[in-house]
Design a binder for this molecule. Structure first.
Ligand SMILES: O=C(O)CCC(=O)C(=O)O
Ligand SMILES: [Fe+2]
Length: 199
């Protein structure tokens, strides 16, 4: 399959719903669920530590320092499985990545709020490549400023083995989220490949 550009103003969002064969996606889901040292990090909200509603892990080159939601992340080293997937993602996107953030949404109650991946370490127009494994979850996108970018919010169903790419102005002009769902859903594992620019 191949990446298809979505017709959005002031954004470059591409989706390949069949990036990985279902058997590889299933194998990766099981392998990563068990081998990654998942952690539930807390973020500080009004001085109070609030646990994030998902499990996370961060792997990459030792030089790829990163601050995320006020947390200083020390990357774990690449594993052979993550390296192999990175090679596949680099070939499909024609981009280079030096780190990957992993998110495990255990149930429909796990989620990610509205945000942009616009940390200075990522540069002005980052390429972010997102691989989804396991249960389908809704991925929401909306303009940061609807006056400036008139477009209604949209929802993508990110299925197992899909590849979503955000690049160009997407992180400057748009926000994205993975909302909670009341539907009974199994675990979903998401990997976002990133390039950290250390200045
Ligand atoms: O789980 C997803 O699809 C999105 C993850 C995400 O937005 C992030 O890690 O910044
Ligand atoms: Fe994000």
């Amino acid at each position: 399959m191949s990446l298809t550009l979505l017709p959005l103003p002031a954004a470059e969002v591409l989706l390949d719903s069949a990036f990985l064969p279902p058997t590889q996606a299933q194998r990766l889901l099981l392998e990563l669920t068990h081998s990654i040292a998942w952690r539930q990090e807390s973020i500080k909200l009004f001085g109070k530590a609030v646990p994030q509603p998902r499990l996370t892990a961060w792997h990459g080159e030792p030089t790829a320092h990163y601050t995320y939601s006020g947390l200083a992340w020390v990357p774990q080293p690449w594993t052979p499985v993550l390296q192999a997937l990175r090679t596949q993602v680099e070939a499909a996107t024609n981009a280079r990545f030096n780190s990957v953030l992993l998110n495990l949404y255990r149930t429909g109650q796990d989620s990610m709020g509205w945000h942009a991946d616009n940390e200075p370490e990522l540069g002005l127009e980052p390429v972010i490549a997102s691989v989804s494994l396991g249960s389908t979850r809704r991925f929401r996108l909306k303009p940061r400023d609807v006056q400036q970018t008139p477009h209604p919010p949209l929802t993508l169903e990110l299925t197992s083995g899909s590849l979503l790419v955000m690049r160009g102005l997407t992180q400057q002009q748009w926000l994205h989220a993975v909302p909670k769902t009341a539907q009974p859903v199994g675990p979903r594992l998401n990997l976002t490949f990133r390039r950290i620019i250390n200045t």
